[in-house]
Ligand binder design. Structure first.
Ligand SMILES: [Zn+2]
Length: 81
């Protein structure tokens, strides 16, 4: 029975390697989850001058006098009134 210690060692090595791989995959998944909300938090919200709805600054349409609008329709409506 000189094979048994080697067999035990082999099983132990496989167990440790699999655990390390699983931890690495988990850490990667956690990192990906944490990156997304950070991007959303970085977006500044602005208020439409016409209807008062809050929209991300990247989706806002700039109007006269530094005002912002949610849509082209609201920009023209605000300019004409
Ligand atoms: Zn609006």
């Amino acid at each position: 029975m000189r094979l048994l210690p080697w067999l035990v060692l082999l099983v132990l090595v496989i167990y440790v390697v699999r655990k390390k791989i699983r931890n690495a995959v988990d850490a990667q998944a956690r990192g990906a989850r944490q990156e997304r909300p950070a991007e959303l938090d970085g977006e500044t919200m602005v208020r439409c001058e016409e209807c008062g709805i809050h929209i991300p600054v990247s989706e806002a349409l700039p109007g006269p006098g530094g005002r912002v609008f949610c849509s082209e329709e609201h920009r023209t409506r605000n300019a004409s009134s």
